[in-house]
Design a protein around this ligand. Structure first.
Ligand code: HEM
Length: 411
């Protein structure tokens, strides 16, 4: 009776009252529209993410020839693996995204964020519309992750469009056209990665990355070719993992920048606090992810019979964790869970997940978002929304497709 319609524009505009009603009615609910039960409290979502009896199993049960490239990518991506292959693949890429490595990337990210925000501010001073998503939120994480993997500049243009088409498959009803687009994008993405791998293997076309060391494709290829038994990585896994990183490395970050700046400008007291105290940037990043989660829902499949908050999840069946609802749970975040508080601490949000699939890119994402906030507060302190932003009509990947900014005073 509390089920929401994920395609309803009213729900998408503000899903949080519907989540509150669900939480008040219990921790787990059947949801006929989504076709899976959903965990909605922080405790139940956390339990789903940490339960080793619940996995991200890439099922070939419904493979169709028309999704061959899409399935190949997912079957081989570390996010969709469990057990030994997951641990092995995760170890291989974890070192690239550890805190130490991310710290070394900081000057590069700062310079890129500063230059992009400068471009935005220049447009605003010229009196032209300046879309934060187009000019800052999207290009920054795409450039950083493409640098890290070593995708040459002249081959980056389609990355965001391909990624967008592929992640559309995480939405409740991608439709035939959505499936066709995802398959085409998967084939194109795979083809690009195979070319890049071949070029490196033959010693051609290794780009200067601007990163702290050799690019990640080169590193992964070295592992692949060394072929030692404990760390082996086959070529499909290499391609699947590289594509996952290129997508995961920007999809959510783009939306946190958009959702976050929107939330700050809609709460001028909190924007003021950030302007007054740069030390709040770190806690602000966490709060923006909690307040309007860029990834609203993830699914798991039971590998054994299990229960979540008393709700049976038989082996082979699925359950979803509604991270957007967990972030607003008053049982964890108190009576002001629906308020934006950029100094909130502690802030045990589940925006980066939890358990064995906890986000590998969290340090990098935090760095990117923090640098955008720093640049904006310094260079556009009088930022204001210019008209109504345009929402991406998506439920799982929550964000804006256009968020125009202006300067309230200093134009
Ligand atoms: C604010 C931005 C980001 C958010 C909110 C986010 C969120 C998440 C979440 C919730 C998961 C777990 C999914 C699950 O449990 O099913 C995850 C996994 C992952 N994320 Fe992120 N992510 C962000 C940025 C990034 C970046 C920048 C990268 C890479 C550079 C990245 C790479 C990954 C990878 C590789 C995994 C899979 C880990 C595994 O399966 O072991 N993410 N992310």
């Amino acid at each position: 009776m509390h089920a929401f319609d994920p395609a309803d524009p009213g729900f998408l505009a503000d899903p949080y009252p519907a989540y509150a009603a669900l939480r008040a009615a219990g921790p787990v609910h059947d949801h006929p529209g989504l076709g899976v039960p959903v965990a909605v409290t922080h405790a139940a979502c956390s339990a789903v993410l940490r339960d080793r009896g619940l996995g991200r199993i890439w099922s070939d049960a419904e493979p169709a020839a028309e999704l061959a490239a899409f399935n190949l990518l997912h079957r081989n991506s570390l996010l969709e693996r469990e057990g030994e292959p997951h641990t092995r693949l995760r170890r291989l890429v974890a070192s690239a995204f550890g805190r130490g490595h991310t710290e070394r990337l900081a000057p590069l990210v700062r310079a890129r964020a500063g230059a992009l925000v400068d471009g935005l501010v220049d447009r605003i001073r010229d009196g032209a519309p300046a879309d934060l998503v187009e000019l800052v939120a999207a290009p920054l994480p795409v450039a950083v992750i493409a640098d890290l993997l070593g995708v040459p500049e002249d081959r980056r243009a389609p990355l965001r469009e391909w990624s967008d088409a592929i992640v559309r498959m995480y939405e409740p009803d991608p439709g035939d056209e959505g499936r066709r687009a995802a398959e085409q994008a998967s084939a194109d993405f795979t083809a690009l990665l195979r070319v890049l791998v071949d070029e490196r293997r033959s010693g051609r076309g290794v780009p200067a990355t601007g990163g702290p060391g050799p690019d990640l494709i080169t590193d992964l290829l070295a592992v692949r070719d060394a072929g030692s038994s404990s760390v082996r990585l086959d070529e499909d896994e290499l391609v699947g993992t590289a594509v996952l990183l290129l997508m995961a490395g920007h999809e959510a970050t783009v939306n946190v920048v958009g959702n976050g700046v929107h939330a700050l400008l809609r709460h001028p007291d909190q924007w003021r606090r950030l302007l007054d105290d740069p030390e709040l940037v770190g806690t602000a990043v966490e709060e923006l992810i909690r307040f309007d989660a860029p990834l609203q829902l993830f699914e798991r499949t039971a590998v054994v019979d299990t229960t979540v908050a008393g709700h049976p999840v038989p082996a082979g069946s699925r359950i979803a964790t509604l991270l957007g609802a967990a972030g607003r749970d008053p049982a964890v975040f108190g009576a002001d869970a629906d308020h934006l508080d950029i100094g909130r601490s502690p802030n045990p949000h589940l925006g980066f997940g939890a358990g064995v699939h906890y986000c590998l890119g969290a340090p990098l994402a935090r760095l990117e978002i923090a640098e955008v906030l720093r640049a904006l507060r310094e260079r556009l302190p009088d930022a204001a929304l210019d008209g109504e932003p345009v929402r991406r009509p998506r439920f799982v990947m929550r964000g804006w497709s256009e968020l125009r900014l202006t300067a309230a005073v200093s134009r």
